[in-house]
Design a protein around this ligand. Structure first.
Ligand code: PGA
Ligand code: ZN
Length: 427
């Protein structure tokens, strides 16, 4: 047995940022290296995602993970013990074969992704390297352009506004550290503006302000006001980015803006979004149409893909085949990469690689339910994704990730590059 062969796999229940149970996995290699990771959880979940195993029943609202943890400590530990922990693909394929469903529903996507990420950390630890460097090798590290949420809405804020994420992207910043400093100023300015107008109600699931607006457009205007109040030039230094999460807006084939009591057919909805893009400094739209609306996604990308980034999240669910199909049909020009949508790191990487091959921009992303786990930051740098989305500029499950990226930039001591605006698709 080599020093990197898996000596033990242990699962435990811990708690996520919404106070719900989630799975933590710990993998120890023969030489003593240890890797640990925690599964995140979404709320606006694409129907093609890997499925978390939840206990159901009344305890914790049915969100218990005792079954998933038992799978880690039982079947998964048995199958993985003795495998080479440095061989991520072999380990992941073993998980896929053991689960034997299309959607990880038997062992649980939550069990699988926690174990898969813990194996990656253990492999890096065996080489005494941070995970990002272990994944990247000797290539030049690229710090990602961040998407930072200012207002949260949709499924993350009781649908108080229809749009799910209203974010900023510091496209004019020179470094990741500067991008963070700018984001802090805009987040603060947005809070001051909201407080002065007595519209401040708290923060949503990802730390963005939980808004009290009459229209969705109000939130866009308010974000521009915050950028200006903080002393930045909208568009040039700091741009807007929206996650429409349109699957959540679709009812009977139409798109509903409930707070405005308006509904749209596909064509007029596209016109509305393009009108926003013309009047506000928006550079990126995520899921502008529903996960099953290929026609909507394709027409929108054809109309605006030359000048805007159009990201598939629920539409692509971190699935390499779907990314290739979208490249064929021209349904997006960027892919959101969420490891727990795929269920293993190898499948996550395959989706990212398929995106790069298609010339798509790639954005590594957290979920709305998170923890102190910072693995995705290492993936974003280690896989040179170019962009990173982890939520807002508040709540420690978010700040832990921004802070980890700051540490990585510092560790590189000038031998890294900031992705900046060049990472965006459609430019
Ligand atoms: P989720 O939302 O984690 O609740 O799915 C995040 C997103 O839609 O990007
Ligand atoms: Zn999304």
């Amino acid at each position: 047995m080599s020093k990197t062969s898996i000596a033990s796999v242990k699962g435990r229940q811990v708690w996520d940022s919404r106070g719900r149970p989630t799975v933590e996995a710990e993998v120890t290699l023969k030489g003593g290296a240890l890797g640990r990771a925690i599964a995140p959880a979404g709320t606006s979940i694409g129907s093609g995602e890997a499925v978390d195993l939840r206990d159901g029943g009344t305890a914790f609202g049915g969100y218990g993970v005792a079954l998933a943890v038992a799978n880690v400590n039982g079947e998964i530990a048995k199958a993985l013990t003795g495998l080479d922990g440095a061989q991520q693909e072999t380990v992941d394929q073993t998980l896929i074969d053991l689960d034997a469903t299309d959607d990880k529903s038997r062992l649980g996507g939550n069990a699988c992704i926690a174990v898969s990420m813990a194996v990656a950390h253990a492999g890096a630890a065996a080489h005494k390297l941070p995970l990002w460097r272990h994944l990247l090798g000797e290539s030049e590290p690229v710090l990602p352009l961040p998407e930072v949420q200012i207002f949260g809405g949709g499924a993350h804020a009781g649908a108080r506004i229809d749009l799910q994420d209203i974010m900023i992207m510091p496209v004019g910043a020179d470094s990741f550290a500067q991008a963070m400093a700018w984001s802090a100023e805009v987040y603060r300015a947005a809070g001051l503006n909201m407080a002065e107008r007595r519209r401040l109600t708290g923060v949503a699931d990802e730390g963005g302000y939980w808004p009290n607006f009459n229209t969705n457009e109000d939130a866009l205007a308010e974000t521009v006001r915050a950028i200006e109040r903080a002393g930045f030039r909208p568009g040039e230094q700091i741009a807007l980015s929206l996650d429409i999460a349109a699957t959540q807006l679709q009812k009977l084939g139409r798109y509903w803006l409930t707070i405005e009591d308006r509904c749209f057919e596909r064509g007029p909805f596209s016109e509305l979004l393009l009108d926003w893009a013309a009047r506000f400094p928006i550079v990126s739209f995520e899921d502008p149409f529903a996960e099953d609306d290929t026609q909507g996604m394709t027409a929108f990308t054809e109309a605006a893909g030359e000048r805007l980034q159009i990201i598939g999240d629920d539409y692509l669910v971190t699935n390499a085949e779907r990314v290739r199909a979208a490249a064929q049909s021209g349904a997006c020009n960027a892919v959101l990469i969420k490891p727990n949508q795929a269920g293993t790191l190898s499948e996550t990487k395959a989706a990212l690689d398929a995106g790069k091959e298609a010339g798509f921009a790639t954005i590594v992303s957290a979920r709305s339910g998170e923890s102190e786990d910072v693995s995705i930051v290492h993936l974003a740098v280690g896989w040179s994704a170019g962009q990173l989305k982890v939520g807002s500029f508040a709540r420690s499950e978010r700040m832990a990730k921004w802070n980890e990226a700051l540490r990585i930039e510092e560790q590189c001591a000038g031998h890294s590059r900031f992705a900046g605006a060049g990472a965006l698709a459609g430019r």
